[in-house]
Ligand binder design. Sequence first.
Ligand code: NAP
Length: 299
Amino acid sequence: MTFGLKVVKKLQWTNVPIDKLDLKAMKVAIVGGTGGIGQGFSRMFDSRGANVTVVGRTFRDDDLENVHFIKADLELMSEAKRVSKELAKLPLDMVIFTNGIFAATTRQRTSEGLERDMAVSYLSRLVIIRNLLPTLAETHTHMLKRPRVFVVGYPGTGELGTVEDLNSEGKYSVMQTHMNTVAGNEALVLDSARRYPEIGVYGLNPGLIKTNIRSNLLGANSWKSWIIESIIGFWCQSTEDYARRMLPMMVSSDLDAYNPAFFNNKAQAVESQKFTEPYVEKFIGKSEELLEKSGVSLD
Ligand SMILES: NC(=O)c1ccc[n+]([C@@H]2O[C@H](COP(=O)([O-])OP(=O)(O)OC[C@H]3O[C@@H](n4cnc5c(N)ncnc54)[C@H](OP(=O)(O)O)[C@@H]3O)[C@@H](O)[C@H]2O)c1
């Protein structure tokens, strides 16, 4: 389910059925590829022959020969930097960001002084993008005209976040905090596409999918989590169905003509709403200030 998204009809791509895709020449990194949506992508890319590197805290696919693991706790920006250096050593065609959590009922603070949802779901991505994309831009990919980056979040809803309080230091609200990560990831796609024109940068809105994303809010293995995830699981597509639907679009050469672009959970292009260039600049500038205040430099 995705509400309030506006489909862009002129952006069309040719659908090649997943079982016809040969991705043996492809190298993909999935930051947050150890669970949920990222793991769905990882397994689907692996099934089509791609070489996959996943980043997360717990590896769950050590039976898959072509899936490699980098262990990292991405609530720490020092770890995000280390990950970007590790990834920069690989000749990658594509980088996907699915790392994330949902804000908790009370504010959580990392040892670097950052609100935890912002740190894991958005700021770590900003740090990795800034440290990795200059190297990625020089990659001559085997399969694609230029390397691609996909940022999974909740773009296209017009959610702008609360730019004056990105670290949730004012009156705490779970939704306001999480919406800062939603807005941040949309701004990140728009900013990165402008900053690195040699790379295709895209935002994905998966709608609702049964995963662990709400555990930090509802309590891992709690009855609340069980009921809500069961309802989502019953009504919405699975991580496997989502990956099967998205992969043909993610590797389609038709995307070369569009940068940036956003896609809904049916792989249809959707509009980014309300994000003017000055607003994106302001959001990214405030994010950089926040990182600096926490003693984290972007380079
Ligand atoms: N599922 C939905 O309904 C939904 C809806 C809208 C948007 N999204 C977005 O989709 C993205 C993926 O979410 P998901 O539903 O797949 O969630 P998920 O099942 O909880 O998976 C999140 C991934 O992030 C990793 N991760 C979490 N904390 C980490 C940390 N401290 N350090 C390193 N890795 C960490 C997890 O790795 P480990 O398990 O190894 O720690 C896992 O691989 C998120 O950006 C989310 O906001 C999801």
